[in-house]
Design a protein around this ligand. Sequence first.
Ligand code: GDD
Ligand code: MG
Length: 322
Amino acid sequence: MAIGILLVGGFGTRLKPLTNETPKPMLPVGGLPVTERQLLAAKKAGIKTVILATSYLSDVFTPYFGDGSKWGMNLLYAVESQPLGTGGAIRNAAALVNFADSNEEFVIFNGDVLSGHDIAAQLEFHRANSADATLHLIEVADARAFGCVPTHPDGRVIDFLEKMENPVTNSINAGCYIFSPSVISEIPGGEVVSIERETFPKLVKDGRPVYGYHEQSYWLDIGTPAALFKGSRDIVGDGFHAGPGCTIGEGSVISGGSSIGAGSTIGVDCAISNTIIGDGVEIGDNCAIADSFILHNSKIADNSKILGKYISPSENLPISPQ
Ligand code: GDD
Ligand code: MG
């Protein structure tokens, strides 16, 4: 069965300050880290071994995921002391499973994407075409911030154009792509490589079989505060989500797709809307909180008024999640 690689080593610059203490993929959406949602999606497609390619704040992942057995999966960690770029990270991660002798495909996930697409169908399409690489493609209204991927009607990729001012198509790299093992050995080892700016364009230019798998399912890159909050609200729906072991005091109203992590306590007579609250947070009585992100283990005093803030046990900074 194919092996998964999650690219979770980026700095999450556009999400700052939310990523000051938490790597982007570990930010909770609808009560679970993005990475956990991706692991569950990989598992559903039959993938059992997943390698986390970490770099920035790499220490945060292992205590949460361990060896993966809690999810019935086998998790490995490839840590880059300096970020190797997306291509370098893939090559470095694949080395953990001896890719040169492997017959198994690698399914690579950008670690900041929520996608409802059918990974097993993408894998089938890859095999049916005897492709070297197969990208999940999605249509977006504005393709400028993404990798633009024009294809022939049969799905064969014509070009790969990362972040262009005048996109030639609305069809973009949705951040889940499959590589046959031979492709991995062509990525130079031990150096910084961009899969988007170097590997994909070269494969296409060399006439290699690179295909696009079009599936217009739920899709979101959570790379900005507005997108992260939207992703969480999309999962939660109109009401709110409360994780296991939460207590909510009498008279408190939680709304606007807010999400409360496991073991958190909300006092009495609080009003909380459009807010993401991590695990083990303690919120006092009579607090009004909106459009805010409260990190794991934070404590909020009685009568606090919090609007558009990032709060952690050590920081209190403004954010604009709209
Ligand atoms: N391990 C590791 N090392 N991971 C990295 C590194 C690195 O040096 N650099 C980036 N990543 C991870 C990020 O953490 C993220 O999960 C993923 O690679 C993609 O990086 P982003 O910084 O989020 O890229 P982007 O959103 O601008 O563009 C990418 O995603 C789009 C879809 O959301 C590209 O792949 C585009 O082509 C694509 O359309
Ligand atoms: Mg991204």
